[in-house]
Design a protein around this ligand. Structure first.
Ligand code: NAP
Length: 249
């Protein structure tokens, strides 16, 4: 039920952090992976190939609107199919809302929300045109549920991404396309380095996590394999928190 043999996954932001953890887990479950990010993805390539699967790294900027069609065209050309799309690439800019630069707001909305919409739409057009189903997994956040602080663009983008997940699920469920989200809690990656380096903030966060530790990128792998697999064929528009209990608190 959880076997992804013969499937092809596109994972944006696959070179490090959560995207790398998810790419490695999908490969371990049997999928070949097309990874996308601006930088090199050597470590992810090694992890996918160690699992016996094929990896192709496409260096591209998700803020460029020509990227989505390029990703889908590359996946079809190189692997001949796409089964799974993980919209994971994301950025965060921290400032008080009154001080937040318009460019920071725009950059975050573009990468975290617009790029996820455009890539999902491009993949869905392919699936619908070919009479195929597919799995879309959006990487949401605790800030899809909560307001947060000093991250106005990020909260808007992640709250928007959860709404978009539900809308796309409504429109595409009958086409055999599952659109769902994973909401990671506080995970040890570059994205959250500033929080861990602030001793007071780090202690506050840890004190609120029932599991008593930061999450690791590998903690997201099982949820991604589930939502990418036949086990989730009747799961549409859901969000699965993987947060050490944060939301339950
Ligand atoms: P990370 O370690 O900073 O990784 C971000 C990834 O996104 C990198 O692979 C980066 O690659 C890629 N990326 C950023 N901008 C891009 C662009 N313009 N074009 C292409 N790729 C781009 O952060 P992470 O924590 O793993 O975050 C992954 C996702 O999880 C994000 O959507 C984030 O919001 C979400 N998330 C994280 C946490 C957490 O606690 N860490 C919690 C909730 C949600 P390049 O820089 O090389 O392009």
């Amino acid at each position: 039920m959880f076997d992804l043999s013969g499937r092809v996954a596109v994972v944006t932001g696959a070179g490090r952090g959560i995207g790398q953890g998810i790419a490695a887990a999908l490969a371990a479950a049997g999928a070949d992976v097309l990874g996308v990010q601006r930088g090199a993805m050597d470590e992810t390539e090694a992890r996918v190939e160690d699992a016996g699967r094929r990896f192709l790294g496409l260096r591209a900027d998700m803020a460029d609107r020509a990227t989505a069609p390029r990703i889908v065209a590359t996946a079809l050309e190189v692997f001949g199919r796409i089964d799974i799309l993980v919209n994971n690439a994301g950025i965060i800019r921290r400032a008080e809302a009154v001080d937040m630069a318009e460019a920071d707001w725009d950059d975050v909305l573009e990468v975290n929300l617009s790029a996820a919409f455009l890539l999902s739409r491009t993949a869905a057009r392919h699936w619908i045109g070919a009479g195929l189903g597919g799995k879309v997994i959006n990487i949401a956040s605790m800030l899809s549920f909560q307001g947060g602080i000093r991250v106005a663009g990020y909260t808007a983008s992640k709250s928007g991404l959860l709404g978009l997940t539900r809308l796309l699920a409504n429109e595409w469920a009958a086409r055999g396309i599952n659109v769902n989200a994973i909401a990671p809690g506080y995970i040890r990656t570059d994205n959250t380095r500033a929080l861990r380096e602030d001793a007071a903030r780090n202690a506050e966060i840890l004190a609120r996590i029932p599991a008593g530790r930061w999450g690791e990128p590998g903690d997201l792998g099982g949820a991604a394999v589930f939502l990418a697999s036949a086990a989730a064929d009747y799961v549409h528009g859901a969000v699965l928190p993987v947060d050490g209990g944060w939301l339950a608190r």
